[in-house]
Design a protein. Structure first.
Length: 126
C-alpha cells in the first residue's frame, strides 16, 4: 500500500514539474508574428488605411503594451521588398513607433508577404 502511495506522489510530482517547465518555455518566448500580404499593401495607402490594417494595428498595440519590445520587419530580399519595408517603417513611425525600435531584416521565405515580429529586444537582437 505504501509503495502505491509513493508511486502516486512521484507521478503527481513529475506532472507538476513538467507543467512548470512548459510554462517557463511559454513565458520565455514572448515574440508575436504579424503578417501583411502584398494584396493588403497594394491598396492605396493613407494614414486612415494603414491604421485599419489589422496586422499593423495589432503589432503596434502589442508593441505599446510590451516592456522593452522592438519590431523586426522581415521582408523579401529583392529591391521591391526593400522599398516595401522602408515605406512600412515610415508608416510605423507615423503610428508612434520610434525608429530605433524598428529593425529591417531581409530574407523572408515568401515573396508576397512581409512579417512584423514584435518581441523583447534581448530575444530578437541575438
Amino acid at each position: 500500500m505504501k509503495t502505491r502511495k509513493n508511486y502516486r506522489r512521484l507521478i503527481i510530482s513529475s506532472v507538476c514539474i513538467t507543467g512548470l517547465f512548459l510554462c517557463a518555455q511559454v513565458a520565455a518566448s514572448t515574440a508575436r508574428i504579424y503578417t501583411l500580404s502584398a494584396d493588403e499593401w497594394a491598396r492605396p495607402r493613407s494614414g486612415e488605411v494603414i491604421a485599419e490594417l489589422s496586422a499593423l494595428r495589432a503589432a503596434v498595440h502589442y508593441w505599446g503594451r510590451s516592456e522593452n519590445a522592438i519590431m523586426v520587419v522581415r521582408y523579401p530580399g529583392e529591391d521591391s521588398g526593400e522599398l516595401w519595408a522602408a515605406e512600412l517603417r515610415d508608416w510605423l513611425i507615423s503610428l508612434g513607433v520610434p525608429s530605433d525600435y524598428i529593425r529591417l531584416v531581409a530574407g523572408t521565405q515568401a515573396a508576397d508577404e512581409i512579417r512584423v515580429v514584435v518581441g523583447n529586444r534581448d530575444e530578437l537582437e541575438q
